[in-house]
Design a protein around this ligand. Structure first.
Ligand code: SF4
Ligand code: SF4
Ligand code: SF4
Length: 255
């Protein structure tokens, strides 16, 4: 029996699905699975029972919410795929703002048929079994997760930050040596510190590291280096706005 999978996109840029579709030898790999649902590959069909459902995107409309609940009812295992699904993504940065106000600022007096709201992580609506981080996830991680499920095993999630990969690769520390606002210490590893390799400080696109993302400590370091609260918050909120107590942690540093 082949493993039955579904790949779903809520409100998102579809980048995670595209990443999945573009892994090397994807057609060869796909022979191991029955793909029951993948909107990117065919027209939007009926959501059927699957062994594993990969869900990309945040819940940003009432329709997303209903679709997500149906996916959950029909999946033995549900994987939140990418930063939008795990933490609300960039669109989740508006968390705490009134939806109508945000809509007016972006779209003016235009209307949409969907019943919109501020984007939220899928775990606020359904039980999530595994998180596959990234914006989008790395190819080796996607293959690892697929292989684990195929073998009847389960994937181990990374519990260390980008800094660990950065140190391992021997890159100079942009925070210590150049006073740049690098978020590597808060961010889930897996990208092999890609941005730092090119001299660009981490913006946290893989999302905060669960239970270890001490925004207060890093905000304090940034503050000591002369950065202003608004700049620090704006940077941390891009991917971390909906991390538990993130706002309070940063505010505390500036009291
Ligand atoms: S996590 Fe990133 S790549 Fe994936 S859908 Fe969201 S914005 Fe796109
Ligand atoms: S450059 Fe960034 S990721 Fe690398 S060690 Fe310094 S803070 Fe961490
Ligand atoms: S270094 Fe940071 S911003 Fe760059 S890919 Fe890795 S997690 Fe994303």
């Amino acid at each position: 029996m082949k493993l039955k999978i579904g790949v779903h996109g809520l409100t998102s840029c579809y980048g995670c699905q595209l990443r999945m579709a573009s892994v090397k030898n994807v057609l060869e790999i796909a022979k191991n699975f029955n793909i029951e649902y993948w909107y990117m590959m065919s027209s939007k069909g009926e959501i059927k029972h699957v062994d594993v459902a990969f869900v990309e995107g945040s819940v940003s409309t009432k329709e997303d919410e209903e679709e997500l609940k149906l996916i959950r009812e029909n999946a033995d295992i549900l994987v939140a795929m990418g930063s939008c699904a795990i933490y609300g993504g960039v669109q989740g940065m508006l968390y705490g703002m009134e939806y109508e106000k945000a809509f007016l600022e972006v779209y003016g007096n235009n209307t949409i048929e969907l019943e919109g709201k501020i984007g939220e992580p899928i775990s606020k609506y359904v039980k999530v079994d595994y998180k596959l981080p990234g914006c989008p996830p790395e190819e080796d991680e996607l293959l690892y997760y697929l292989a684990c499920f195929l073998l009847g095993s389960y994937p181990e999630e990374k519990d260390y930050p980008v800094c660990a990969e950065c140190r391992r690769n021997g890159y100079p520390c942009l925070l210590i040596e150049k006073n740049e606002p690098c978020l590597g210490a808060l961010t889930t590893a897996g990208c092999k510190a890609r941005c730092i390799k090119f001299g660009i400080p981490c913006i946290g696109c893989r999302g905060p590291l669960e239970e270890i993302a001490w925004y207060d400590s890093l905000a304090n370091v940034f503050k000591e280096k002369g950065m202003e609260k608004e700049i620090i918050k704006a940077r941390m909120e891009i991917f971390g706005k909906q991390y538990e107590n993130m706002d309070e942690m940063v505010e505390k540093v500036f009291k």
